[in-house]
Design a binder for this molecule. Sequence first.
Ligand SMILES: Cc1ncc(COP(=O)(O)O)c(C=O)c1O
Length: 357
Amino acid sequence: MASALRNISWSRRFATHSSVQGFNGAVGNTPLIYLKGLSKKTGSHIYGKAEFQNPGGSVKDRAALGLVRDAEERGLIKPGGTVVEGTAGNTGIGLAHVCRAKGYKCVIYMPNTQSQEKIDLLRMLGADVRPVPAVAFENPQNYNHQAREYAISIENAIWTNQFDNIANAKAHYETTGPEIWEQTKGQVDAFICATGTGGTLAGVGKYLKEMSNGKTQIWLADPPGSVLTSYITSGGRLIERSGSSITEGIGQGRITDNLGTFISELSGAFTVPDSKSIEMVYDLLDSEGLYVGASSALNVVAAVELAQRLPKGSNIVTIICDGAYRYQTRLFSKAWLRSKDLEDAIPPHLKKYAVLN
Ligand SMILES: Cc1ncc(COP(=O)(O)O)c(C=O)c1O
């Protein structure tokens, strides 16, 4: 553990001056981008942590590496072993890369409703992809349960369990949080992001709270269809779900163990409608040259909204989770926007970016 941590901080400190060890050494040390247009507009300072610059393309590379390292340190997996996870998204991609880099087999269970593109990508990265029927969590055939059962049934295998294994939040506590603290020189008034597993929010939040002696406010941003805003704003009384969202990788129907480690310390939560998130996808492209996915855009909308609630001049940090590359056939398609009733959410001067039919 200690030596793994030393390696992480070493690579962080000297990122621009020295080489790093393979894929795993290249995870983290992402730039903190000052969003000048939005900062000017709000009178505060809005920053996005450029997690799309991780070598597997998303914030989930950190969780994937953290989950595997933790299992190694606890002696749960030995050379040649198998990493199993139930995931339809970025965590699977991160794990597939980490497994190749470390010589493990990677088995991914996912609902059979996922796009062929995702399945192909994971297979190209060497993963054994097992599409299974898309059934509710309560059903034993759910992809998460199948992943767990398979890992139990074979020798030298782990189920990484990204939602409830707090090694996920720990990875952010040990890397993303310290990087943000260093990059802002400890001047961070608020941090806000949406959650899937809750690993990013809980890990970064815990670190920033500790370092600032409780001064940094930590907020949760939610897509429609998630229960978290109702739970947090009602002090844990309500679990209300309404609507659905075009965003991927975020929104939750329960309090995961990762989020549970930190939820009581949140300053607040609010929901961001898809119309604002999609507009921000286009706006960030037009005004900042950033090509980001919808969860990242939601985070930036939330940071702007938080700027309106906090004193002018506040330093507000959020996460740019991944690029738009994995979603471009939808986000930039006129037909898809129309099918989601989002065509009118794009202002006329930004419609030129919807180049796909
Ligand atoms: C695109 C994207 N954004 C945000 C998140 C949320 O991150 P976390 O699981 O740390 O809450 C995920 C998680 O899979 C994701 O894939």
